[in-house]
Design a protein around this ligand. Structure first.
Ligand code: BG6
Ligand code: MG
Length: 220
């Protein structure tokens, strides 16, 4: 076996990979866009998956030809986040996608580490609600980085926290920006969703429940 290709860690995105929060982010952005008079579709939302709060707002404003002051940006981001938190207020362990627990158990049985690389500032709250906080060897989120996906910073921070070189990591993402970030980090990318959208990924599966340890091992 070529030791440079062994797998030592799997780094997961959160929203849309481990739970269905991608839908709630979409609903909250859509409500805000409607208020601002900007049309915002599910197709538009594909561009914003994995993108942090400020850059998402700026994308919507730009689409509507709006120029926002820093104060307006802060107010609108606070509105969107309050709505999002309201949408996920009852989230609990039942909201963890099927297949996550057995996959985590299989990863641990291999002796691989488990990391999180999320563009969300709410990641710690969501992971705690899902009951999986203790499963992660390291959690990297938007509170700790300057650059949003597709920049590789959050994946590189997760790898550093896990003490695993990026070349020994696999990243798992549902977002176009996330797959780009994984590639830019020098990790092997696995997509969750549509193969046509996530064309840069080495492997794409429709849901995390269909991702097997054998498929991850085969990426080595
Ligand atoms: C990403 C989501 O994980 O986090 C985006 O894919 C979301 O849709 C972004 O906008 C920022 O999340 P938050 O919770 O910090 O507003
Ligand atoms: Mg995501």
């Amino acid at each position: 076996m070529n030791p440079s290709k062994t797998i030592q860690a799997i780094i997961f995105d959160l929203d849309g990979v481990l739970t269905d929060t991608a839908l709630y982010h979409f609903r909250a952005w859509k409500a805000l866009a409607d208020k601002l008079g900007v049309s915002f579709t599910e197709q538009d939302n594909e561009q914003l998956k994995g993108v942090d709060r400020l850059n998402s707002l700026r994308w919507i404003a730009e689409k509507g030809g709006l120029v926002l002051s820093a104060d307006e940006e802060d107010r609108l981001m606070a509105q969107k986040n309050a709505h999002y938190l309201q949408l996920i207020q009852h989230m609990n362990q039942a909201d963890l996608y099927p297949g996550v627990q057995p996959l985590f158990a299989a990863i641990k049985a291999k002796g691989w580490k488990i990391g999180l690389a999320s563009a969300s500032k709410n990641a710690a709250f969501v992971v705690d609600r899902l009951g999986v906080a203790a499963d992660f060897d390291f959690v990297a989120d938007a509170n700790q980085v300057k650059n949003s996906k597709p920049d590789p910073e959050v994946f590189l921070l997760a790898a550093a926290g896990l003490e695993v070189a990026p070349g020994h990591c696999i990243g798992v993402e549902d977002a176009v920006a996330g797959i780009e970030a994984i590639c830019a980090a020098g990790m092997r990318p696995v997509g969750i969703g549509e193969p046509a959208l996530l064309a840069q990924a080495s492997l794409v599966v429709p849901h995390i429940a269909s991702l097997s340890i054998a498929q991850l091992q085969a990426l080595a």
